[in-house]
Design a protein around this ligand. Structure first.
Ligand SMILES: Nc1ncnc2c1ncn2[C@@H]1O[C@H](COP(=O)(O)OP(=O)(O)OP(=O)(O)O)[C@@H](O)[C@H]1O
Ligand SMILES: Cc1cn([C@H]2C[C@H](O)[C@@H](COP(=O)(O)O)O2)c(=O)[nH]c1=O
Length: 693
């Protein structure tokens, strides 16, 4: 089969979700199928941790010769847990995409249970190592099946909450497992007084309980219905092609590539911390207690990041949040490396964990949101195997690197020397690499180019309506000015000129370009005194604008048309803020809400003294035209002030000139703008930096 293009293989990309992401964890647990998957996951995770503790303990017990042999046996367990990822992860992805994911999870849970039961029964080191390898290989098939299932069970807006609870459960079950293991060890010791078996096999109870958790997990999802999309398409391929298609998809899709690179950078930095933390802490003069503190700090931060980060920045593009958190993690690691004070290091380590937690949960959410069901298993599996590969490489290389670097003395002044350990220097490098990777990832996958990141983050923190996705086609022009300035005349002339040059031109106006807008216009301009308050007036203009953008402007720009509007946001700032003396920032916020931040590329202001404009009037004045001259002077000043603040986005024309002179100036400016944009394809812009609607 031909490799399908990115657009087909990605689900609808929701950089700003239609509905805000819902982080109500209790709400997501009320979705019955997800709740069952989560219960199953909780038991499997508990089993995983318990299994790790029991197997490593038993490996040491089965090797009684010397402590060196015991260390090798335990290290062997860890290595055997990593190797299957390198061998089987790609196949596991194909299985997750082709086969029934529920069956995959049930079968792997049951087989893992059987293997755990067998370890104490066989009771030999070689079988323990073989079983460890097989268990890990089975987990590799279980993980992508589970990860790829979550998006099938919860609506898009709840996916992040589902990932948050899944990840927190997966890692939160570690201390629970440790507690259970301790209690079971005490029970085993007591049983050992009566049964010889428990003296020779002290980890058996833990391993059997562990087997029971896997059986329970399997039973929980045995009857779970998992809706699938396009699974037939994946099945129709031969498995080899499935595999190649998965790799191609990851390699050729910028967002997935960006995600992968970001995750690998983050894990490389994380691996460095894990590998070098003991030496680093020793360099700070703190021994094991300091190491424990640092270890705990990472996990506290991770939990906080997973739970709070995405909620705090709910309105921010997930791609941006992902890349930003990796950059932040890298920078924090650099700070940790250069500050030789344990309390400060612990504090920054919490922050580092927090940033990593955000990156982790966001990365998972992004894959779930953006990768189509039929490719999701392979994508998760690919990410998983690359992450493990990176971890192995970093864990192996970082101590050697730190050793090679050795102690570095830094002399800020002649009589002050600050000594950095090799570990600190490697931390510094790893942090710089992670920050650079995060930045690269940001550039690679940014879905809001042209929108200031600071602006996006601020509005997310303030819980403001997120700006809409940038429009990358069409051209958006607005005419503004007082009543009778000559806008309609110039709009018509410009439209004629552009049409003659082959553009699709949509001429529109405010208020009244839609059915709802026409009714609002009647209310707004009716000279009969309805007692309309300034605030109601502002809201009615904003309502007209929201409808206008949704129904007329956005669709036309998306078609690639040139939209020319006779009045837009600036009229509200000039009339309702300057004219009616309402707060300009209130009106700006209202307009931003109405337009989701869509602003013209160029606003042409026809400037004319109100007295001159009034003389041009042929019809009786409407409600607003009937306002006092002072009002109209404030309005004129309102337009001019706004244009003066952003001269590049405005073109002010002296509208006392003849219509022909004005047209010539307008055409020249528009032609110049279009020439400038020809290379860059400048669309209706999305609130360029520093602008407010
Ligand atoms: N530069 C000009 N000099 C003199 N008269 C003009 C000029 N431009 C337009 N006019 C005339 O002024 C009147 C108002 O023009 P036009 O309808 O284009 O203004 P407008 O800004 O759209 O008005 P409104 O805001 O009330 O809709 C028309 O009769 C038009 O022919
Ligand atoms: C969009 C907009 C308009 N107004 C005022 C300005 C004019 O007096 C009328 C519209 O009449 P026109 O003949 O179509 O120019 O409405 C306003 O006060 N606030 C606005 O946001």
């Amino acid at each position: 089969m031909r490799f399908r293009g990115e657009s087909e293989a990605l689900t609808r990309v929701g950089n700003v979700p239609d509905q805000p992401l819902d982080h109500d964890v209790r709400g997501v647990l009320q979705i019955a199928p997800f709740r069952r998957l989560w219960i199953s996951l909780s038991f499997s995770s508990l089993g995983d941790w318990l299994g790790l503790l029991a197997i490593t303990a038993m490996a040491a017990e089965l090797t009684t010769d010397s402590s060196a042999d015991q260390n090798y046996a335990v290290a062997g367990v860890f290595i055997l847990r990593l190797i299957p990822a390198l061998l089987f992860a790609p196949i596991a992805g194909v299985v997750a995409d082709r086969l029934d994911r529920r069956m995959t999870m049930v079968v792997t849970d049951v087989l893992r249970a059987g293997l755990f039961v067998s370890i104490p029964i066989v009771g030999s080191l070689w079988w323990l190592l073989v079983a460890t390898f097989l268990i890990e290989a089975l987990s590799l098939f279980w993980i992508p099946a589970k990860e790829a299932t979550v998006p099938n069970l919860v609506p898009r807006e709840r996916l992040e909450a589902a990932n948050q609870i899944s990840l927190v459960t997966a890692y939160g079950s570690a201390p629970v497992a440790a507690g259970i293991f301790t209690v079971l060890s005490l029970i085993t010791a007591a049983l050992g007084a009566r049964f010889e078996f428990f003296v020779t096999h002290p980890a058996s109870l833990a391993l059997w309980l562990n087997a029971a958790t896997f059986l329970f997990a399997a039973a929980t999802i045995a009857t779970l219905e998992i809706p699938r999309d396009n699974v037939e398409r994946a099945k129709a391929e031969n498995p080899w092609r499935n595999l190649v298609e998965g790799w191609k998809f990851v390699a050729q899709t910028p967002v997935v590539r960006g995600l992968l690179i970001g995750m690998l950078g983050a894990f490389a930095a994380g691996g460095t911390v894990v590998g070098l933390a003991p030496t680093f802490v020793r360099g700070l003069g703190a021994g094991n207690p300091g190491y424990g503190l640092l270890f705990g700090a990472v996990f506290v931060g991770l939990a906080l990041g997973m739970l709070l980060g995405p909620r705090l920045l709910a309105g921010l593009s997930r791609r941006r949040l992902f890349a930003m958190s990796i950059v932040a993690a890298g920078l924090l690691l650099m700070v940790i490396a250069v500050i030789p004070e344990l309390p400060v290091v612990v504090l920054f380590t919490v922050a580092l964990g927090l940033a990593s937690g955000v990156a982790w949960v966001t990365g998972y959410t992004l894959i779930g949101l953006e990768v189509a069901d039929e490719l999701r298993g392979r994508t998760f599996a690919f990410v998983q195997s690359m992450v493990r590969l990176t971890l192995v490489a970093v864990l192996a290389a970082s101590p050697a690197l730190a050793g090679a670097v050795g102690r570095v003395d830094f002399h800020p002044t002649d009589d002050v020397t600050v000594a950095y350990s090799g570990a600190a220097v490697v931390f510094l490098g790893a942090g710089a690499v992670a920050a650079a990777v995060g930045f690269f990832s940001y550039r690679h996958m940014d879905d809001r180019k042209g929108i200031s990141l600071v602006r996006d983050v601020t509005s997310a923190l303030r819980r403001e309506t997120p700006l809409a996705d940038p429009i990358t086609s069409g051209f958006f022009l607005a005419f503004e000015g007082g009543d009778g300035a000559g806008k309609s005349t110039q709009v018509a002339r410009l439209a004629e000129w552009l049409t003659a040059r082959g553009h699709e031109v949509v001429v529109t106006r405010e208020p009244g370009a839609t059915a709802i807008g026409r009714r609002l216009r009647q209310m707004l301009l009716d000279t009969q005194d309805l007692g309309l308050s300034p605030r109601s007036e502002a809201l009615l203009y904003a309502a007209d604008r929201a409808q206008h953008v949704e129904e007329v402007i956005r669709p036309a720009l998306e078609r690639g048309a040139v939209v020319i509007t006779d009045r837009y946001v600036d009229s509200s700032i000039a009339y309702q803020a300057a004219g009616r003396a309402l707060s300009a920032s209130d009106i700006e916020r209202l307009s931003r809400f109405a337009t989701r931040g869509l602003m013209p590329t160029l606003t042409i202001v026809l400037d004319v003294p109100p007295e001159v404009a009034a003389e041009r009037r042929l019809l009786p004045p409407d409600r607003i035209e009937s306002e006092s001259m002072e009002f109209h002077h404030r309005v004129r000043q309102g337009f001019l002030d706004r244009a003066a603040r952003r001269p590049r986005a405005y073109f002010v024309v002296d509208a006392t000139k003849t219509p022909t002179e004005i047209t010539a100036a307008v055409l020249q400016r528009v032609a110049q703008l279009m020439d400038e944009s020809a290379g860059a394809q400048r669309p209706g812009s999305q609130q360029p930096e520093g602008s407010t609607p």
